[in-house]
Design a protein around this ligand. Structure first.
Ligand SMILES: NC(=O)c1ccc[n+]([C@@H]2O[C@H](COP(=O)([O-])OP(=O)(O)OC[C@H]3O[C@@H](n4cnc5c(N)ncnc54)[C@H](OP(=O)(O)O)[C@@H]3O)[C@@H](O)[C@H]2O)c1
Length: 274
């Protein structure tokens, strides 16, 4: 990741920080697994908060016990929905329970991952991210919010979420995608430092059209399925085609290109995908 004025070791991590126990809400997800790996690579202890590990963020079940001795929380939990009410309810409840349990446990830093442009593009899901940001920034635990652009992995997530259709639907959107591994590194760096409130937007090295990336993932997996890329109607469609999802100010930029990520991802999964 390139950002003027910061001295990083060759892995991109600051090794001068002391080791701590860090809870990762959503630590089994696409970016969550990479956050856990990045924490462990730095000698920190990662505590995964997910339903498969006995913690439900929407009810708070299992949270008090899991946060015992935790110094920082990184929230990369997620719900897959396009409905505003479902998204707002999930992120409100998850952040509320995490912040309340964090206060009881004496957590000193709460970091949430959000999305560049979530306050500028009127998608229902983004309303949930905006609510999460509000709660974290005004919450009882000192907080930081990192907004990142779509991950390189997002193109594959769109494919997988679409199910086994004869075609793939990928709405037109201009993005500046970033490798989830670089987002994970940035989150660990934030969480093990002092709270900053809203951090500068993190984006990748190039502006791309998402439907082209979806097509490239499909081809790399040997599929010739057609990709339909409609423009979403109204103001949302205009914002997604314009600069609504792009960072609006200078900030840290990942260095891995989409093609470099795709090459590595294809090699890593050779033989395991149809
Ligand atoms: N994908 C992108 O391109 C992108 C870009 C920028 C920011 N973000 C943000 O990054 C975050 C992570 O995204 P992702 O795509 O990595 O997520 P993901 O792969 O969908 O993973 C979601 C995680 O949340 C956990 N989870 C879901 N419901 C839960 C519940 N009720 N209680 C506890 N854990 C729960 C899941 O574990 P269980 O199922 O085991 O509970 C899983 O670990 C999201 O907040 C998203 O808005 C994503």
């Amino acid at each position: 990741m390139s950002q003027p004025g910061r001295l990083l070791c060759p892995t991109g991590m600051d090794t001068s920080k002391k080791q701590m126990r860090v809870a990762v809400a959503g630590g089994t997800g696409v970016v969550g697994r990479l956050v856990v790996a990045a924490l462990e690579a730095e000698g920190h202890e990662a505590v995964v908060l997910s339903r498969s590990k006995g913690v439900d963020l929407t009810t708070g079940a299992g949270l008090d016990r899991a946060l015992d001795g935790v110094g920082a929380v990184i929230d990369v939990s997620n719900t897959i929905t396009i409905r505003r009410s479902t998204a707002v309810s999930f992120f409100e409840r998850a952040a509320g329970h995490l912040l309340a349990a964090g206060t009881k446990a004496g957590v000193s830093h709460h970091v949430a991952l959000s999305i560049v442009g979530c306050d500028r593009v009127g998608l229902g899901y983004y309303a949930g991210k905006v609510r999460q940001e509000e709660l974290v920034l005004a919450g009882p635990v000192p907080g930081s919010v990192l907004r990142a652009t779509q991950f390189h992995e997002f193109a594959a997530q769109l494919l997988e979420r679409g199910g086994p259709m004869p075609f793939v639907l990928a709405p037109r959107m201009r993005s500046q995608p970033v490798a989830a591994s670089e987002v994970a590194t940035a989150l660990v760096e934030l969480a093990t430092g002092d709270p900053v409130g809203m951090a500068p937007d993190l984006a990748g090295p190039e502006v791309r059209e998402m439907s082209d990336l979806v097509r490239a993932v499909l081809r790399a997996r040997g599929s010739r399925r057609p990709v339909l890329s409609p423009r979403l109607p109204g103001a949302v469609g205009r914002a997604m085609l314009g600069s609504g999802l792009l960072p609006s100010a200078p900030g840290p930029r990942g260095t891995q290109t989409f093609e470099q990520w795709l090459l590595a991802d294809t090699a890593a999964h050779a033989g395991t995908r149809r």
